[in-house]
Ligand binder design. Structure first.
Ligand SMILES: Nc1ncnc2c1ncn2[C@@H]1O[C@H](COP(=O)(O)OP(=O)(O)OP(=O)(O)O)[C@@H](O)[C@H]1O
Ligand SMILES: Cc1cn([C@H]2C[C@H](O)[C@@H](COP(=O)(O)O)O2)c(=O)[nH]c1=O
Length: 223
């Protein structure tokens, strides 16, 4: 059972929370599973540079060309490519807390709408063709609207790469709204499942969201 499952969503949408629960449930069920989180801020050469980018050290959001930012994230993932391939070859289920779709959603919204598809294709070529990253078998979008996620961002623990409560991406609410819309559009594509994490404007509980996530993942791993 070689499977790569990516959990996606905007900043502060509960990806870490849900991927930890998923890993623990898979282990309880006796499945071989590992979790990997991107960016790998402290482990990889490019991950450290991503931290500097998100701390604003290379310029503001509109000063850093999205292709250059995307290349930092892609480089970080490429440094983990061999590890992921090894796990998959050993039939270990790999749960990715963010993967290539994060690069598409977060970087493509910085370019004009008429060239967004072209930009997304460029990211896919870079990651899947040039770097030969394995493609995910399932992408789950945790649908938390930006209004709900802002509170969660502020609940996060301090990060090593920044002293700020909100990093370069998180502090720009208009940008996060565009990223959210982009994820919504992507989640209609084949291979994606969307989980609605809020109801009537209120965030659902961690446990109830996990019920839906487990049902979605079970269908893929039991195929
Ligand atoms: N459904 C929920 N209800 C209430 N609090 C939640 C829920 N999901 C997550 N949280 C809390 O929100 C904060 C952010 O969650 P988490 O770190 O899982 O998000 P994330 O999507 O991984 O964030 P990021 O990608 O920006 O690092 C944490 O403090 C977590 O405990
Ligand atoms: C993997 C990846 C991430 N991003 C963006 C998404 C977030 O705004 C940050 C990472 O923050 P987190 O709190 O550590 O999740 O970076 C991106 O633009 N491209 C990517 O590939």
């Amino acid at each position: 059972m070689s499977r790569l499952i990516a959990i996606e969503g905007i900043d502060g949408s509960g990806k870490n929370t849900q991927t930890e629960l998923l890993l623990s449930r898979l282990n309880t069920e006796g499945k071989k599973a590992k979790k990997i989180s991107f960016p790998c801020y402290s482990e990889t050469f490019f991950g450290k540079e991503v931290g500097r980018y998100l701390n604003g050290e290379f310029g503001s959001l509109d000063q850093v060309h999205p292709k250059l930012a995307a290349m930092l994230y892609a480089g970080d993932r490429y440094e983990k490519c061999r590890y992921i391939r090894k796990l998959l070859s050993e039939d270990v289920l790999v749960i990715a807390d963010r993967y290539v779709p994060s690069n598409i959603a977060h970087q493509s919204v910085k370019v004009a709408t008429d060239v967004r598809d072209e930009f997304s294709k460029w990211v896919e070529d870079l990651e899947y063709e040039i770097y030969k990253m394995p493609k995910p078998d399932l992408v789950v979008f945790l649908d938390v609207p930006p209004g709900n996620s802002q509170e969660l961002i502020l609940m996060k623990e301090k990060r090593d790469y920044t002293e700020k409560a909100r990093d370069l991406h998180e502090e720009d609410e208009d940008y996060l709204k565009k990223v959210y819309k982009c994820f919504l559009d992507l989640s209609a594509k084949p291979g994606w499942t969307k989980i609605e994490c809020s109801h009537e404007g209120r965030l659902r509980s961690v446990d109830s969201i996990f019920v839906d996530l487990w049902e979605t993942v079970s269908q893929v791993i039991n195929k």
